[in-house]
Design a protein around this ligand. Structure first.
Ligand code: SF4
Ligand code: SF4
Length: 322
């Protein structure tokens, strides 16, 4: 499952790069700018793929999919991040129905699968997980990484402050700091102008905080988009459920990026369906269920019976199933 999830994350990042690149290639073909195509390695590679194809058909195709993970248009079907629509609506003090409808698919997915966008699609998660691996490598060398705890409610404060600023100033500020938007914009600018912008510093800053200050700092504590997905995710249908196979080994506890406790069934709406806990559970005590609440199996206790302080029995192991 982890290999599948990683493949999806990398495929999404590849699409965030390839979609604007192909749009740009279409523009250059339309302008008959052979020099620009020849000078750029990615454009030349795309050009060789379409060698001999009908030029008008390639131009039309290149404009069928536009946008990015923040907001995308696929053959006329518009899909937007709920935070994008929320912030734009508050900024304009106007509900533009085509824009509202564009959150239907993300909304539906979140109400069924929960915060799956964070665990499987958001490019920031891929970068943060890489930093987490780097932290583990540093720890192996003897370096003691810090993991300062903030309130998990901070992200709701950021969301409320962002929406208040949009209302008062009439200007959307969260779009300037929200990773899916920043990453999409940076890649677009790099392709179209050849330059990186300040967004690189913003994302680099978040990742630096995660390296030196607190594990998964941005997604755990700060992200206003994460706050929106968590709020919706409270009503999700798909949940991870512990069954009676649980032997309270505690292997699932340290792998959870949000410090949820799958073995005690304390899986809040923060769960991003990364499935790590399910992957490490050797007795297959964690599986998936469709339910509106975190159901416990009969004859199991809601808290860890192993130790009075709620810590799991034994030393947790982190080896994942292949
Ligand atoms: S919390 Fe925010 S940055 Fe993190 S994965 Fe979710 S949307 Fe992306
Ligand atoms: S509870 Fe399991 S699936 Fe949910 S975030 Fe934690 S490790 Fe991932």
């Amino acid at each position: 499952m982890q290999a599948t999830r990683k493949t999806v994350q990398i495929a999404v990042l590849a699409l965030i790069i390839l979609i604007p690149l192909f749009n740009y290639y279409g523009n250059k073909i339309q302008q008959k700018d052979e020099i620009a195509i020849g000078k750029s390695i990615p454009l030349a590679a795309i050009h060789s793929l379409f060698k001999g194809s009908d030029r008008d058909a390639v131009i039309t195709l290149s404009h069928q999919v536009k946008g990015s993970i923040w907001t995308i248009d696929i053959w006329g079907l518009k899909i937007s991040d709920p935070l994008a629509v929320l912030e734009s609506s508050v900024t304009a003090l106007y509900l533009y129905w085509p824009m509202i409808l564009s959150i239907f698919i993300p909304l539906l997915f979140t109400l069924i699968l929960g915060r799956v966008y964070c665990g499987w699609l958001c490019p920031m998660n891929l970068f943060s997980e890489t930093v987490t691996m780097l932290r583990k490598l540093l720890e192996k060398t003897g370096y003691r990484t810090r993991d300062i705890n903030f309130s998990s409610k901070t992200k709701y404060t950021v969301l409320i402050l962002g929406l208040s600023a949009a209302y008062i100033l009439g200007y959307p500020l969260m779009v300037l700091i929200y990773p899916p938007s920043v990453i999409s914009r940076e890649i677009f600018n790099k392709i179209y102008s050849g330059l990186w912008g300040y967004g690189i510093l913003i994302i680099g800053g978040y990742l630096f905080m995660e390296l030196i200050l607190s594990k998964r700092w941005w997604c755990r504590y700060i992200c206003p988009g994460g706050a929106v997905y968590i709020s919706l995710s409270r009503f999700r249908l798909l949940r991870i459920k512990r069954n009676n196979n649980c032997n309270q080994c505690g292997d699932c506890v340290p792998v959870c990026p949000y410090d949820l406790k799958p073995m005690t069934q304390e899986i809040s709406a923060q769960c991003d369906l990364c499935c790590r806990c399910v992957s490490v559970c050797k007795p297959d005590a964690l599986d998936y269920t469709f339910s509106l609440k975190n159901a416990l199996p009969k004859n199991t206790k809601a808290t860890t019976p192993g130790k009075p302080n709620g810590k799991p029995n034994g030393k947790p192991k982190q080896q994942e199933k292949k």
